[in-house]
Write a protein that binds this ligand. Structure first.
Ligand SMILES: CC(C)(COP(=O)(O)OP(=O)(O)OC[C@H]1O[C@@H](n2cnc3c(N)ncnc32)[C@H](O)[C@@H]1OP(=O)(O)O)[C@@H](O)C(=O)NCCC(=O)NCCS
Length: 170
């Protein structure tokens, strides 16, 4: 699996990506919406779950590679989620803060949205966003999404109000 955009390439993550993956999942700024940085064990578990998802569904969160340097700068991809009582496809995005503010998250997420519509035949793509995460909401808005509802998620012992953003295939 490989998706290319003008500046980025998306591909499956492997054990070899653990260092740049830790740089994202153990960064306090990047992980603010997740109640703080992950432990080493949580990072390994995350990578394992992505690899399980690649095998089960053919997609998951992929590594986002900056084509000009080959550096892994983020993660973006598709996962199956239950949102507002429905089983749906979600586009997710988490980038190293050193690479925010350049439009990379929107570029990668738009390619994933188009993959969901064009290759997987999804009627709708969702993004679930914690109500404090304005940067993430702005990516969802740039993807053409609107708010479809609100719900609470429990993660790491904390109840987090979320908004369900979505865009339809036409
Ligand atoms: C959510 C997240 C990926 C958004 O990152 P981001 O840098 O705000 O989003 P983009 O990469 O789309 O960049 C948009 C910015 O780049 C600017 N930009 C610069 N060059 C650009 C270009 N060529 N094309 C588009 N935008 C460009 C935009 O004007 C915008 O500016 P702003 O930072 O002043 O708002 C990032 O904040 C993150 O990783 N957060 C932590 C993880 C997380 O919470 N994920 C979401 C869980 S729901």
């Amino acid at each position: 699996m490989r998706i290319e955009t003008p500046r980025l390439a998306l591909r499956e993550m492997t054990e070899g990506d653990l260092a740049p993956l830790r740089a994202i999942l153990q960064d306090p700024v990047a992980m603010a919406a997740y109640e703080g940085p992950f432990s080493d064990a949580e990072v390994r578990d995350w990578l394992q779950r992505m690899n399980d998802s690649y095998r089960a569904h053919g997609f998951g969160l992929w590594a986002v590679i900056l084509r000009e340097s080959g550096e892994m700068i983020g993660q973006c991809g598709l996962t199956r989620q239950r949102i507002l009582g429905e089983d749906v496809l979600e586009v997710g995005y988490l980038f190293n803060p050193a690479h925010w503010h350049r439009g990379y998250a929107t570029e990668a997420a738009a390619a994933c949205r188009d993959h969901a519509f064009g290759v997987l035949g999804a009627p709708t793509v969702y993004a679930q966003v914690r109500d404090t995460n304005i940067r993430s909401m702005n990516v969802a808005i740039r993807l053409g999404m609107t708010v479809r509802g609100r719900f609470d998620k429990r993660f790491r012992g904390v109840t987090m109000p979320h908004l369900a953003f979505a865009v339809d295939s036409q």
